[in-house]
Structures are given as C-alpha cells and as structure tokens.
Ligand binder design. Structure first.
Ligand code: NIG
Ligand code: FE
Length: 419
C-alpha cells in the first residue's frame, strides 16, 4: 500500500501559508503562491510543500512503490475549500417561495405569514433522523463535487428541545460518517416557533434554560448563532442568548443586518463575535467597530443574488481592514445551493472582491471563521491534507470562467474523493 501521495508539478499551488491570524485588509491579497509546485502527503497529513524540484529531492529516499503520484501539470492546487455558514440539515424544499417572490412578495413577508423558516421547521420536525441524515448527506456529496471539504452546519429548523437535538445529532453523525468535516453551530434562535408566537420570552427561556445546557453537556455544538433582525430576535434578546451561549462555552456568531440596518454589526463587535454574517445593511460605524474588534465578516453573496437584492459592501469592509470569509448559506429558503464556486464568482463579480481575496475568503479566513485554522485552510506541513485540483492554469481562471465547475480532484485527509 502506498502511504505517500505526491501531487506533482502543479502550474500553481496556492498555499495561504503563514496565516495564524485571519487575513485582514491588504493581506487578503497574499496567496503564498508557488509556480511548478508540489505537495507531498504522508498518512493524511501534509509532509512537504514546495517546488517540484525540491519535492523530488525530498522524496529521493522513499521507495517508488510507496508513492502514489497525481500529475497536476497545467492545473491549479488550492487548500480544500471551507464553507463556514450553512443550514445543512433540513428536510423538504421551498421552490414555491421563489414563485411568490417573483410575484413581488418579500422574504420577510413570507416569514411573517408563517412560511419560510417555519415551513421548513414543520418538514424537519416530521422527518426521522435517518431521512434527515440521507438528505443532508446528499448535500454533502454535492459540496465535495464543488471542492468543499469542511462545512459549518447550524441547527434552527427544530425550534423545540427534541427536534433541535435531533438536527444536531444528525450533524454529529454526518461528521463521523461522511468524508466532509462538519462543524456544528446551535441556532435555536433562528425563529420563534408558532407555539410561542404570543410568548417569545418563553421561547428564549426554553433556549437558555433547557436547550443550551443539553447542547453543551452533550458537546453537540461549538458555536451559538442568532438571527438578529427586525421581526425575529431583537438586539437585546440576541445579546442575552449569545451571552448565555458564551457561559456554556459556545463561541458567538450572528446573522446580522441582513434585511435592515438593525445594529447587528455593532452588537457583533460588542460581543467580539467570531464572525458576523450577511451584513448586507451593516452601517459604516458597525463596519468600523467590527474591524476594531477583529470580527470576521462572513459574506453570503449567493443569498443576496437569490433574494434579488444588493449584496454586502465587501470592498468597504476589506478596505476598512476587516477579514472577510465567504459562504453559501446553503438553506432551502434564501440560498438553496451547494456551489461555493458560484458564490466565489458572485463575490468577485457582484461585490468587487479580487480573485486573490476570494480564494483567501474561502480557505484560511473561512477556517478562522470556524476556529479551525490550526488544522485546515492552508497547505502547510503538519496540517490535514485537504486539497483541490482545478482544471485551471492559474487562480484567476476560477473567477473568469464563471458558473463552471472546474474541480478535477478532491483530496480529503489524504484520500482521493473525486477524480
Ligand atoms: O441565513 N436569515 C436567516 N436564516 C437563513 C434562511 C433560512 C431559511 O429561509 O430557511 C439565512 O438566510
Ligand atoms: Fe444563514
């Protein structure tokens, strides 16, 4: 059995090396590029990264039969892509809402009429753990085909004790049984369920007093997230829930300023959240506050595209010194896609992010946004061997030849998954 994998002589290797901190502002442009580069993997871990000349020297004492070689000439090699914001585990689909929106209804109107998140909640409550597992595993298969080797996954379609725990168990099972790594976020505060319509404070009590302790005790999530928006959870409620999460060891994330300038960005800064996500309507002050407190902006241009609205001000954020990550927001209502590649195209073409910034946002900055930069997000010796080979002679092609899946080979923990 060959236990050495030799990815040989790529036209370009994007290493993202030396990124212990998230790459903010100007430093998002530095890809740590190697021309004619090679990567050597031993037992699932990166053992060498450098030019092919150096690689041949590095391997000169290894036996030929121990080495499996992948010829990467003319190709681009990057770290496995990371999606730091998804609602992966859900049942059903909501294509009917696209039609409603095309006729003029807004996302929040549909939500307030009991559709939207609440209709997926009903489907998710009805589904068995097996059904949820199977439907979500199919989504992960699509993610891999688009070069994604790690995803974050939020709960928030159960909205009661039993079904929130069910969703989180499914995410845990997926992490254990599917090749893609799944990092869990508890998002019981995704919406107020119908049974608490007249008593939202009662629901928040349930989240804080019953659910959070269970989630923490069973180690079912690393992060806590809240949909902080007019008509969903107020600033004060969001702060209370996220602070309760912090007490139980869950790091804060926040769906902020997606539909209104609601003060979510300012709250993210105040709580020093790991990331603030969406941020379509984030204020100038909010952006400055987040930059000062080193909050990562996780932007979701696919959601803006699918909701037919103006995307976040990525340029202002990066030029203010923020670190930006990108994600699909994969969910049945506002972004039904597993194509992080299309999201990358949209980031470039609708938000003015450069091809370098886009790659940084989907590799090392995305790793930081889920607090996993010590093991993934760059091609450096000692890190997990998650790599993608693209049928592209340079990294710019990924944004130029848009809407096309250029993924040729995906390697996860040294295993070749898609070829
Ligand atoms: O991130 N904004 C809130 N939550 C999701 C949408 C969930 C849904 O519509 O089912 C989002 O866009
Ligand atoms: Fe989301």
């Amino acid at each position: 059995m060959n236990h050495i994998l030799y990815v040989k002589n790529a036209a370009q290797v994007v290493t993202m090396k030396g990124s212990k901190e998230p790459r903010a502002g100007q430093s998002m442009k530095d890809l740590g590029l190697i021309e004619h580069g090679s990567v050597v993997v031993k037992d699932g871990i990166i053992a060498f990264v450098g030019t092919d000349q150096e690689a041949m020297d590095y391997l000169k004492n290894d036996k030929k039969e121990d080495i499996k070689t992948i010829d990467a000439s003319g190709k681009l090699v990057t770290p496995g892509l990371i999606d730091p914001h998804t609602h992966l585990v859900y049942a059903g689909s909501r294509e009917n809402e696209l039609e409603m929106r095309l006729k003029g209804a807004t996302y929040i109107e549909i939500h307030k009429q009991g559709g939207g998140i609440l209709s997926t909640m009903a489907e998710t409550r009805k589904a068995s753990e097996e059904t949820l597992f199977d439907q979500s595993a199919e989504r992960l298969d699509k993610f891999i085909k688009h070069g994604v080797t790690t995803v974050e996954a939020k709960s928030g379609y159960g909205l009661n004790v039993k079904d929130e725990l069910k969703q989180l168990h499914v995410a845990k099972q997926l992490n254990e049984r599917h090749p893609v790594d799944v990092v869990s976020t508890f998002m019981g505060a995704h919406a107020v369920p119908v049974e608490f319509k007249e008593d939202p404070e009662g629901y928040i009590d349930l989240l804080i007093k019953e659910l959070l302790p269970r989630v923490a005790k069973d180690k079912l999530a690393e992060f806590c997230d809240v949909f902080c928006e007019d008509g969903v959870f107020t600033l004060e409620q969001s702060e209370r829930i996220l602070n309760a999460g912090i007490e139980y060891g869950l790091k804060p994330k926040i769906h902020a300023d997606e539909i209104e300038a609601f003060g979510g960005a300012e709250l993210a800064a105040k709580l020093e959240a790991v990331s603030a996500d969406h941020l379509l309507k984030a204020s100038d002050q909010g952006i400055q506050d987040m930059a000062n407190k080193k909050v990562i902006a996780t932007l979701l241009p696919g959601t803006a595209f699918f909701l037919m609205t103006t995307p976040a001000r990525a340029r202002r954020m990066i030029d203010s010194g923020m670190a930006v990550a990108l994600a699909t927001d994969c969910n049945p209502g506002s972004s039904p896609t597993e194509s992080l590649l299309l999201v990358m195209n949209l980031a470039c073409l609708t938000m003015g992010m450069t091809p370098e910034e886009v790659i940084t946002a989907c590799t090392i900055n995305a790793a930081h946004a889920i607090d996993k930069a010590d093991t993934i997000g760059s091609l450096e010796v000692g890190k997990q061997a998650d790599l993608v080979l693209f049928d592209a002679k340079n990294y710019q092609i990924l944004q130029y030849n848009y809407g096309v899946n250029l993924v040729q080979t995906v390697i996860k923990k040294g295993q070749v998954l898609v070829q």
